[in-house]
Write a protein that binds this ligand. Sequence first.
Ligand code: NAP
Length: 309
Amino acid sequence: MTIQFDRIALIGIGLIGSSLAHDIKRLGLAKEVVIASRSADTLKRAEELQLGDRYTTSSAEAVKDADLVIVSVPVGASGSVAKEISGSLKPGAIVTDVGSTKASVIAQMQPHMPDHVHFIPGHPLAGTEKSGPDAGFPGLFEGRWCIFTPLADTDEAALAALSRFWEALGSKIDVMDPEHHDKVLAIVSHLPHLIAFNIVGTADDLGTVTQSEVIKYSASGFRDFTRLAASDPTMWRDVCLHNKDAILEMLARFSEDLAYLQRAIRWGEGDKIFDLFTRTRAIRRSIIEAGQDVDAPDFGRPHTLDKKS
Ligand code: NAP
């Protein structure tokens, strides 16, 4: 049977919060949804989009009597939100988050969590480069992983209830410790974003020499980086600052491997270059076989003749 909470409080109503709101309504996962956002403008937009039943700029007000509280704010704001809601949480409530880093979120939130609630940190591996309440859409979490990093004394029944909630959204659940999560995400998500921010920044710095060419010929590889590089600056600043150690470790590895490739090019070592590119091509195939992407060429973008048909 699908799970249903009496009241869910969504703290933060950007891309992730609003996608949750769409699905909670569509799937009937709560009798009532209360939405909090710090700015009146965002809250007004959430109301226009009819994302919830009640709206407030006070997170403390929103969590009153909520059985499930989902915090979807930039990771650097987790501590201040936890502090604000701590005195208003209902005994037995499940408090979770969706933040892209986990050790830092736990360090910020756990000290404010009263003993009578179940705090279960989480991270859905789903998103886009858009932000704000208009960016959300139903089905964002379908077929994607949601990772929990529960604390040692986490109540099994609360973890099971939260798992059923995410499963109802179509997610697959994994459980790991926060440090492991942060290392894995540093390589699969944080480093690729940093490379994209950096390469687009470099092209921009080349300025007047290449400006028109950069835009004109962008389809040849550069364009795929610009999608990642268009991601929300606040969210990604916070990810960098709050997963510092794992990101620096992965950046060091990346720099070493780039130097190896650079050397192979300098010395004309074609075999080394070919072997690397063969290995990386196989990884793309594994991702498709694992159902994490479709096998359409050019990420399924329509080409001239497709557009006409
Ligand atoms: P978003 O679209 O930018 O929305 C952020 C929300 O947090 C807004 O409601 C905003 O409120 C609020 N907020 C911003 N700064 C705040 C502060 N200092 N104090 C309190 N509230 C604040 O962000 P998002 O993409 O939904 O990301 C939310 C969380 O999900 C982040 O922790 C991120 O790491 C994680 N996440 C993101 C993705 C992704 O692809 N985007 C994927 C997985 C997980 P106002 O608009 O009212 O200021």
